[in-house]
Design a protein around this ligand. Structure first.
Ligand SMILES: NC(=O)c1ccc[n+]([C@@H]2O[C@H](COP(=O)([O-])OP(=O)(O)OC[C@H]3O[C@@H](n4cnc5c(N)ncnc54)[C@H](O)[C@@H]3O)[C@@H](O)[C@H]2O)c1
Length: 193
């Protein structure tokens, strides 16, 4: 099976890479930013094919999906620090929300049979009263920082009661497919829109 990990140089990505390599029959690809250190992968660099890019750049995500043709994709790349998200809310939302849209769109168009795992976070639940622990999936989400908001935006709708079409992944897959099917052929036009 071909497996692609985004955020492969991160804390979770590097451990997951080692775990996947330890299992037989998998070919591992890792998506990394050009400036990210490969030190966390030092002992397995000969077993993972690294592809450089940035999740905020759709063309580099598409190139990675085309090259790896994944059966499984673990999307871990993120601005993952809640405190940093207070200083850089815009970058956090762009990376975590639009970056995820870019990953899902590339998979939908180029590897539609691939299964995608999105890393969510307890931060999407935000404020939790002591009597609400342990947190159930039915509990209302009250994120308290842009990081939590970004994780909630990606995960919205992911409860057993909500149809897939109402999730971010579902909206993209369902409505884009329908628009493409029903949209009239584009007409060249000039002038103000
Ligand atoms: N570690 C935790 O305790 C924890 C808890 C809950 C959720 N998560 C989520 O799990 C995932 C992995 O977490 P982590 O602890 O390994 O984070 P990390 O910060 O260690 O790793 C994030 C990775 O994403 C990459 N990345 C960041 N922006 C990118 C971009 N624009 N394009 C491409 N790559 C980019 C970084 O280079 C890094 O390799 C994240 O989505 C995080 O939000 C982590």
């Amino acid at each position: 099976m071909r497996v692609l990990i985004t955020g492969v140089t991160g804390l979770v990505g590097s451990h997951l890479a080692r775990h996947i390599i330890g299992e037989r029959g998998h070919q591992l690809f890792g998506f990394k930013r050009w400036r990210s250190s490969t030190a966390p992968l030092a002992d397995i660099l000969d077993r993972v094919e690294l592809i450089e890019g940035d999740v905020t750049d759709p063309s580099s995500v598409e190139a990675a999906v085309l090259r790896s043709r994944p059966h499984r994709l673990y999307h871990l790349a993120a601005q993952s620090y809640p405190s940093e998200s207070m200083l850089a809310p815009n970058a956090t939302l762009v990376t975590n929300v639009l970056g995820t849209v870019n990953v899902l769109e590339a998979v939908r168009r180029l590897a539609p049979d691939c299964r995608v795992h999105l890393a969510c976070s307890s931060a999407q639940y935000g404020l939790v009263a002591p009597e609400e622990v342990p947190i159930s999936e039915e509990r209302p989400c009250r994120p308290v920082n842009p990081y939590g908001v970004s994780k909630l935006a990606r995960a919205t709708g992911w409860t057993p009661e909500v149809p897939f079409e109402q999730t971010l992944a579902g909206v993209l897959a369902h409505w884009r497919e329908r628009l493409e099917r029903e949209a009239p052929a584009p007409v060249a036009a000039a002038g103000p829109a």
